[in-house]
Design a protein around this ligand. Structure first.
Ligand code: AMP
Length: 132
């Protein structure tokens, strides 16, 4: 059965898309730690990130870098933090989170409650800055 992220990439479940190419997809996390919290997902369904083959994983990191550059431009922050958790959704993904302090990357923090309008605006602001 397709994962929830595959359904998102296929357009069966809505998302706030940031960018996509033939191999990878980026969209906003629905429960963000910070405004601009984005997930980078490979189209290939693999549960654990480090089970992805070398070349495809390297390409995913390069794609994530381009998304992180755009996040930093759109959502002013000290750095864009990178995290891999993967305990909830069995489809590998990288979290990119704008951060100003170490605590901003604490997944135990309460999640932000952003409106659909705020999420759409944020996705648009990041997406228009992505240079693939
Ligand atoms: P984890 O697998 O532990 O890295 O957590 C999965 C992440 O995916 C969580 O941060 C969720 O908020 C996020 N997530 C789950 N479903 C959706 C969805 N439909 N759209 C956007 N983000 C989602």
């Amino acid at each position: 059965m397709a994962t929830i992220f595959t359904k998102i990439m296929n357009g069966e479940i809505p998302c706030h898309k940031v960018a996509e190419d033939d191999h990878y997809f980026a969209f906003l996390d629905i429960n963000p730690l910070k405004k601009g919290h984005t997930l980078v997902v490979p189209r290939q369904e693999t549960d654990y990130l480090f089970d992805i083959d070398d070349e495809y994983l390297a390409g995913m990191m390069v794609f994530a870098k381009k998304i992180a550059v755009a996040i930093k431009e759109a959502c002013p922050c000290n750095r864009v933090g990178v995290a891999v958790i993967g305990l909830e959704v069995p489809h590998a993904h990288i979290h990119l989170v704008p951060m100003d302090s170490m605590n901003d990357l604490n997944f135990g923090n309460p999640k932000l409650k952003l409106t659909p309008e705020e999420l759409a605006e944020t996705a648009g602001n990041i997406g228009k800055r992505v240079r693939l």
